[in-house]
Design a protein around this ligand. Structure first.
Ligand code: 9MG
Length: 256
């Protein structure tokens, strides 16, 4: 899954049209490099990020979704807002990536009413405050229990199991130790019986381990993606698609 951030700070040279064109061109580049899914988001979820309005988010993501109409891979919308989900689904996206795991009833309804896939992610707290003091008794067991509960809630709302993926939410209300424990325990989450998505790309845990700033975390991100896939992840959400695809080709060749 290739990441396309339709946020003003991502494609920096100003005007709305050039932002849209740059985001569309970026997505097309990721597809050419081997992305199987493109994930488009209009609200930053980094620690400390401020929320944006429905209107702002729609203005950011909808032109990019329209610009990618007809591409050969499924498009995913990265949002927690039911209104954005509905508009994106109406425009043809095939997946909703909700870092809030459809805990909003209207979001659950938006996905249940459509024939789209969904990724249910775990987080503790909200992006503004989540890294202040994350606490768990047993992070793997608690994330597992939360995701088991969200799968059950989604199925009860009418979302077929084949449409559901889950994600431990690396970096979302987790310390470095929590993130490492989750990476070590990923097989337990994979055992929940739906595809597992892992997003480690360029995250601060990789900076903490390597000392590299965000622009220089490609190698660490590829290593983390490989480890996640070895432990059962079926989808890796990444910025550096070409490098990750090459690494996964080696893994697949060794495993086949
Ligand atoms: C939007 N977003 C940022 N990080 C993410 C992650 O790790 N997983 C998912 N599903 N979405 C993410």
């Amino acid at each position: 899954m290739g990441i396309v951030n339709a946020t003003p700070d991502s494609f920096s040279d100003g005007g709305q049209h050039s932002q849209r064109d740059a985001a569309v061109a970026h997505a097309q580049r990721l597809i050419a490099e081997g992305a199987d899914i493109i994930d488009i988001g209009g609200e930053s979820t980094r620690p400390g990020a401020q929320p944006v309005s429905v209107q702002q988010e729609l203005e950011r993501v909808m032109p990019v979704i329209e610009g990618l109409r007809g591409v050969q891979v499924p498009i995913s919308i990265d949002t927690c807002k039911p209104e954005v989900m509905q508009a994106a689904i109406a425009a043809g996206v095939q997946m909703v990536n909700d870092i809030d795991a459809l805990q909003d009833a209207a979001a659950m309804h938006a996905v249940a009413a459509a024939n789209v896939a969904v990724c249910l992610m775990h987080k503790q707290g909200d992006p503004q405050t989540m890294q202040a003091q994350p606490q768990y008794r047993d992070v793997v067991a608690e994330v597992c229990e939360f995701l088991r509960g969200r799968i059950a809630a989604a199925e009860a709302a009418g979302i077929a199991r084949v449409r559901i993926a889950i994600d431990p939410g690396f970096g979302f209300g987790k310390t470095l130790e929590h993130n490492l424990a989750l990476l070590r325990g990923l097989e337990q989450l994979a055992g929940l019986g739906v595809p597992l998505l892992a997003g480690l790309s360029r995250k601060s845990m990789l900076g903490a381990l390597t000392g590299q700033d965000v622009e220089h975390r490609v190698h660490a991100s590829v290593a983390a993606a490989l480890l996640a896939v070895q432990r059962g992840a079926k989808i890796v959400r990444v910025h550096d698609v070409g490098a990750t695809v090459d690494a996964l080709k080696i893994l697949n060749a060794v495993n086949s």
